[in-house]
Design a protein around this ligand. Structure first.
Ligand SMILES: [Zn+2]
Ligand SMILES: [Zn+2]
Length: 659
């Protein structure tokens, strides 16, 4: 017998005469907690509720409110999925079954892909397994025993073979199913109540295209029915908003096999989006004191050795190309994966004094990253990226002011311009890092104080910073509640060292500047993809590739309609006149399909009175007859204010509208 002293989150201490399980601990606190308990955290380690706690420790009972609870439920759900698959497909080989964002998957080696009918049967079987409420029981075995248990499972045997000599090998049983797993899990399969299988797809064993193809089943699981329903609704919404589908419908972009995966063709309407976004960020940059630079797309490898991208980042860079004509063969070139080293060279090209700082260099530049072809996804993950990149070179004393400026830009260009709700996170020093603790301490402090002084709430990601400096990561939430990676503001103590950047201080001696990397949109590709899904293709007037479509009721008004089009165009409005010989209804429908914010219909009455019958997108048949001048003024107002509210909600200014 050895007594155990357990310290609870509220600081109170409980003593037990002997080893005690998490469940017993929860019971000693209260029946309600025991019922809600899913797992226990012992000195920070998440463990099964039944596992004995043998020593004094700081402990916390994990219930569904805990941030670790959903991943725990979802990973346990993957076991239940495998249990069901093994019941229905006894010969299925089993791969891995992790929790992922919003759900889980499990990989199986089976003779043929799973069909939608299979998924229905498997889901029904999972419900059965859940109802039978099998406990997840943990057992530690030696290697020989593990090999014996999984003798029929080559994938598991391969995994066992890789486990280190001193690693604990644990297996978990739920009813008829045994799995090699590190755990932990929820206490029993009955905890799985609100779940759904979503899809099946081929996946290479261990993500390696040289290995066999397995069949992966994806699912989602939640503690509350409302949460499951809301998630399924979100998925349905996301499906409807898929930027790849809308991008094709609206003819915004394409990706073509003959050129290669992840390389985007911006068609005229998509290019207009990109140009407008680029212009918005460049205008803002100029007003915020940035200067523009343009730097080469390829460089001798030497540059990336100085920056440290080679060899560390080599696998994300496209392989080297041969030398240019007249150079020796040893010289190799690479296409650039980022702009930072280039901007460092611009900084270094002249003597800098403290009076010149901060130097703010910006460039919307194309960079290329050798992402695995299997991970590419429409505009969201590409190989050719247009980054709205900028680098600020300043003194440590200037960092806070520069962070303020960056935060203001983020507020204008992301929150105000699109109505996105922002989510801030500060990442601090990782275990492996460059620079003294003093410098880190100060830099982390500056980032936090800057956010605090702006009144911006943020979370801390302790240890999540890059080895070369702390950063602020900003995510934005779209119309259906999804969080996307947005702007980053990254301090860097490393590149100024590597490139030996200097400025002359008031003391007449050389000093190192701090470098700040910052991107607002990140890449124009991903940001545009996000915007397409956020707006479901119905862009606000300032961003719409086509703002007004002029539609004559019949041929008799075609000339008047073209005159309206010319006047709008001369006023800077993006307009198209649809004078095709199709029916009026067909042409109205076509403008709706293309999500044009305004239709300006020209009948004889309008043609005679220098006006149009204006229909706003989404307002149905409701129309206002307004003068062409009033329409021009209205568009200009919406563009200038970057108005977001759907067009039909924007009130007409007094006097501009006549019915
Ligand atoms: Zn497991
Ligand atoms: Zn950079």
């Amino acid at each position: 017998m050895s007594a155990v002293r357990l310290t609870l989150p509220d600081g109170s201490v409980r003593e037990f005469p002997d080893v005690v399980s998490g469940r017993q601990l929860a019971e000693s606190i209260g029946a309600g907690l025991a019922k809600a308990a899913l797992a226990v955290r012992v000195d920070g380690e998440l463990r099964d509720l039944e596992r004995p706690i043998e020593r004094d420790a700081t402990v916390a009972i994990v219930t569904e409110r805990d941030p670790d609870a959903l991943p725990l439920l979802r990973h346990s759900s993957a076991h239940v999925l495998a249990t069901a698959v093994r019941e229905l497909f006894p010969g299925a080989g089993i791969g891995f079954g992790p929790a992922i964002e919003d759900g889980f998957y499990y990989d199986f080696q089976v003779d043929r892909p799973f069909t939608p009918e299979d998924l229905e049967r498997i889901e029904a079987k999972m419900t059965e397994v859940a109802k039978r409420d099998f406990p997840f029981s943990r057992e530690v075995v030696d290697r020989a025993e593990a090999n014996r248990r999984f003798a029929d499972d080559p994938l598991k045997l391969e995994r066992i073979g890789e486990l280190g000599e001193d690693e604990t090998i644990s297996v978990y049983t739920d009813g008829p199913f045994v799995d090699l797993c590190r755990g932990p899990h929820v206490p029993s399969t009955g905890r799985l109540r609100h779940f759904k299988l979503l899809s099946a797809a081929g996946a290479y064993w261990r993500g390696d295209e040289r290995r066999q193809m397995l069949q992966r089943i994806y699912g989602t699981a939640w503690f509350q029915k409302e949460d499951l329903d809301a998630h399924l609704h979100r998925l349905e919404e996301a499906r409807k908003r898929d930027h790849r589908v809308i991008g094709k419908q609206l003819d915004l972009f394409s990706i073509q096999d003959v050129v290669g995966p992840g390389l985007v063709f911006w068609h005229p309407r998509g290019a207009m989006l990109k140009w407008l976004l680029t212009r918005a960020v460049e205008d803002d940059n100029l007003r915020s004191g940035y200067e523009f630079v343009y730097t080469p797309n390829i460089s001798r490898e030497e540059l990336f050795r100085i920056s440290g991208h080679l060899p560390h980042y080599a696998e994300n860079q496209f392989p080297a190309m041969g030398a240019g004509a007249g150079e020796t063969e040893e010289v190799k070139y690479r296409v650039k994966p980022m702009n930072c080293p280039m901007h460092a060279l611009v900084y270094k090209s002249q003597q800098r004094s403290y009076r010149d700082l901060p130097v703010r260099l910006s460039e919307v530049a194309n960079v290329y990253r050798n992402e695995r072809s299997g991970t590419l996804h429409g505009l969201l993950r590409v190989r050719g990226l247009s980054m709205d990149d900028a680098h600020i070179f300043c003194t440590m004393d200037q960092v806070e002011e520069e962070i303020f400026l960056c935060l203001d830009q983020v507020d204008r260009l992301v929150r105000q311009a699109f109505g996105f709700e922002l989510d801030f996170e500060v990442s601090t020093r990782p275990p492996e890092r460059l620079g003294s603790d003093e410098v880190w301490e100060r830099a982390e402090r500056i980032l936090q104080v800057a956010l605090e002084r702006k009144g911006i709430p943020f979370r801390m990601d302790e240890g999540g910073g890059a080895f070369y400096g702390p950063k602020i990561d900003i995510k934005f939430r779209d119309a259906i509640g999804r969080l996307w990676q947005g702007p980053t503001i990254q301090l860097d103590f490393n590149l100024p060292e590597r490139f030996e950047l200097e400025y002359t201080g008031p003391d007449n001696r050389p000093h190192r500047p701090v470098m700040i990397h910052r991107a607002i949109y990140g890449t124009l590709e991903r940001f545009t993809g996000n915007l397409i899904e956020h707006f479901a293709g119905a862009f606000p007037v300032w961003l719409a590739p086509e703002q007004v479509r002029v539609i004559p009721i019949s041929d008799a008004q075609a000339e008047a309609a073209r005159a309206v089009g010319s006047r709008l165009k001369a006023a800077g409005v993006r307009v198209h006149v649809d004078d095709r010989g199709e029916t009026l209804n067909y042409r109205i429908r076509d403008a709706e399909v293309h999500k044009v914010p305004y239709m300006a219909v020209v009948g004889q009455r309008e043609a005679d009175s220098d006006s149009v019958a204006l229909r706003a997108r989404g307002a149905g048949r409701k129309q206002d007859v307004i003068s062409v001048d009033a329409l021009i003024a209205r568009i200009a107002r919406e563009v200038d204010s970057k108005a977001l509210s759907s067009a039909q909600e924007i009130p007409e200014p007094a006097g501009a509208s006549e019915r």
